[in-house]
Design a protein around this ligand. Structure first.
Ligand SMILES: C[S@@+](CC[C@H](N)C(=O)[O-])C[C@H]1O[C@@H](n2cnc3c(N)ncnc32)[C@H](O)[C@@H]1O
Length: 156
């Protein structure tokens, strides 16, 4: 069995964003473009519970459903995504890259959800359960508080 590995070459890694390292477009990328195909390392439940969840690698793991050989039931595992897949930052409102697990090939395929302009960050959604404070949510809250502050000073 072989898996085609696709990655576009017009990307750059910026090291010092407010979210740490992040992937940016070095030129315009059209909607529907495959950005990367990232192989994963699937962890056993024990490996994750005993070691990985207590380490930095927790921040680089994805839920990975796997069929149990004996029961035939699907059991949720965790997988570490290799390469570029681990460098995409999260946005709840500005995500421009979608991702899909290919369970058989043990890869995650990332593709653009819309046209992305040169200089834009490539952002995915990690879902609702974040293990860190989202800088965008923090920014939105402080913008909101500034608005409330201005309103409270207006005499009506
Ligand atoms: C998969 S890594 C992404 C690459 C990471 N920035 C790095 O330098 O290794 C996930 C980590 O990036 C950071 N991160 C991603 N999205 C973020 C966001 N919206 N707000 C704050 N930190 C974010 C968090 O530290 C998170 O644990």
């Amino acid at each position: 069995m072989s898996v085609p590995l696709q990655r576009i070459d017009c990307l750059k890694l910026i090291l010092d964003t407010p979210k740490g390292r992040g992937v940016f477009a070095a030129k315009r990328i059209e909607a529907g473009t495959i950005i990367d195909t990232a192989p994963v390392i699937i962890l056993t439940v024990e490996e994750f519970d005993k070691y990985i969840q207590h380490s930095k690698l927790l921040n680089y793991s994805y839920n990975w459903p796997k069929r149990c050989r004996s029961s035939g039931k699907s059991v949720m595992h965790q997988a570490i995504v290799l390469g570029l897949g681990s460098m995409f930052n999260h946005s709840s409102i500005r995500q421009n890259v979608g991702w899909k697990r290919n369970l058989g090939a043990e890869v995650v395929v990332y593709s653009t959800l819309r046209d992305i302009e040169e200089g834009e960050e490539l952002l995915i959604s990690y879902g609702a359960c974040l293990t860190f404070e989202d800088v965008e949510a923090k920014q939105a809250r402080s913008d909101d508080e500034d608005g409330q502050d201005i309103l409270s000073r207006i005499d009506v």
